[in-house]
Ligand binder design. Structure first.
Ligand code: SF4
Length: 273
């Protein structure tokens, strides 16, 4: 790392163009250090600094709301909880969504790895959002360990149970939409049938297919969040290229999954927004 500038970083960033969700304003309830219950091999944050399942307040709600009011939130299509790690580790997630909904009627989405959805209190927070985008990259524990490198105790079974409980909580009249996000890499690109079985069990509202579009950084600093802006360019890390899908492979996977699940599918190669 070189020339690290010293200044206060906002807990709100963007809006940034998102292929999944349109123009998205990011809310970061985790901040610094990067903290997650996964340590994905493709994570744009690099190697996660704190791998944990500890829920707590990482950034005070009051500060997030002040940052939100000072941001360009009016320019966004959607408000997205993502940022420097797993948003459901923040115990004030539900409270913050409620406060933001007092300010704007714009849709709120959460990008989550779904590892904490087994907890009643987490699902209570999450159903405050309009869209919950849950990550499923692996159909079994071997692939989970290979791609997502989870914290101890997290298994595919526990993740799927959490997602199913969330579906039950939302119920047939619930307004929260569930999107599944799948990142395709060499480890899972030949496991389409097993992943389709999982999708048929969960029955999400839509599926978002992804492949790593950025190289894996050897380090991380919060000012590179979103990988945009002049300040991000002042910090330079070495990066490692990742094996991605070709456009043809992605198209074939998309067609195969559509045939096996009948789901509405959006792809990083073919965004709808
Ligand atoms: S779940 Fe998201 S934040 Fe956590 S390691 Fe994976 S890509 Fe990074």
């Amino acid at each position: 790392m070189t020339n690290k500038p010293q200044f206060i970083v906002s807990s709100v960033y963007g809006p940034l163009e998102s292929w999944r969700l349109g123009k998205s304003l990011g809310i970061d309830l985790i901040m610094d250090p990067s903290t997650c219950s996964f340590n994905c091999t493709y994570c744009q944050l690099g190697f996660i600094q704190k791998i944990t399942i500890e829920r707590k307040i990482y950034v005070e709600t009051k500060r997030v709301i002040e940052d939100f009011k000072a941001s360009k939130w009016q320019e966004a299509d959607v408000i997205t909880f993502s940022g420097s790690g797993e948003p459901t580790l923040a115990i004030n997630l539900g409270e913050t969504i409620k406060e933001i909904k007092k300010i704007t009627t714009k849709p709120v989405s959460i990008l989550t790895n779904a590892t904490m959805l087994n907890l009643d209190e987490v699902r209570k927070d999450v159903v405050e959002a309009d869209i919950v985008s849950v990550k499923i990259d692996a159909p079994d524990d071997i692939t989970l360990k290979s791609i997502n490198r989870p914290a101890d105790g997290i298994t595919i079974k526990s993740i799927l149970e959490g997602i199913k409980k969330l579906k039950l909580d939302i119920g047939s009249k619930g307004k929260t939409k569930i999107q599944v996000q799948m990142m395709f890499m060499p480890q899972n690109k030949n496991q389409i049938e097993k992943l389709a079985e999982i999708l048929n069990e969960i029955k999400p509202d839509e599926l978002a297919l992804n492949t790593p579009t950025r190289p894996y950084p050897s380090g991380w600093d919060i000012i590179t969040r979103g990988a945009h802006g002049e300040d991000a360019k002042k910090i330079i890390y070495e990066t490692k290229p990742l094996k991605t899908l070709t456009k043809e492979e992605a198209k074939a996977i998309e067609e195969h999954l559509k045939e096996l699940t009948g789901l509405k599918i959006i792809s990083v190669f073919n965004p709808t927004m």
